[in-house]
Design a protein around this ligand. Structure first.
Ligand SMILES: [Zn+2]
Ligand SMILES: [Zn+2]
Length: 184
């Protein structure tokens, strides 16, 4: 069985990649293994402080060579979020991906698998007071901040919806990815 880097080792790899590709600009992230991942290789949670990158030990025991690339992928997400509040695989993400020499953009491969609903998490955030609430489903209609106006819906204080979990799907290839989206 392949021995995976320990979690402290992952932090060292993170530091090296941060120096090599980002000039040290990726904010500190907590990196950990998650044994419960069944169909994802890695993911980032933007809503925790520090941001958390989780990797699937199951997946990387089978594909150890993909670990560093997956970590780098998630680090690009952390970098885009820290700099631009960007999530998902937009133009800035892709530009940085290319700069890092990663080319496997799954979107173009056309084999993205649907993300199961149960993997999704949404965060509703008030930009005024930083109130945050987690939801398993995307709210069907606009909501406003219950702290800024306790009494009723108030369009001055909208809750912005972020999809916080970005999941990299594991399969025979490591190509499946799902974007995080921001919407209202
Ligand atoms: Zn508020
Ligand atoms: Zn991604």
């Amino acid at each position: 069985m392949t021995t995976l880097p320990t979690e402290p080792d992952l932090q060292l790899i993170f530091a090296r990649l941060n120096y090599e590709f980002f000039n040290g600009e990726v904010p500190d992230c907590r990196i950990r293994y998650n044994e419960r991942f069944s169909n994802s290789a890695g993911r980032i949670n933007y809503s925790e402080r520090p941001m958390t990158i989780e990797l699937s030990p199951k997946h990387f025991r089978a594909y150890p060579e993909a670990l560093e690339e997956t970590l780098l992928h998630e680090m690009i997400h952390a970098w885009c979020f820290a700099r631009f509040r960007d999530m998902g695989h937009g133009a800035r993400f892709k530009k940085k991906l290319r700069e890092c020499g990663l080319t496997s953009i799954y979107h173009e491969l056309g084999n993205v698998r649907p993300l199961r609903e149960s993997n999704r998490r949404y965060i509703l955030r008030c930009e005024r007071c930083a109130f945050e609430a987690l939801r398993k489903r995307k709210p069907a209609k606009p909501a406003s901040c219950p702290r800024c106006n306790k009494r009723r819906f108030d369009p001055r204080y909208p809750l912005i919806i972020y999809e916080i979990v970005e999941t990299r799907v594991a399969g025979d290839t490591v190509e499946g990815l799902h974007a995080a989206v921001k919407g209202r």
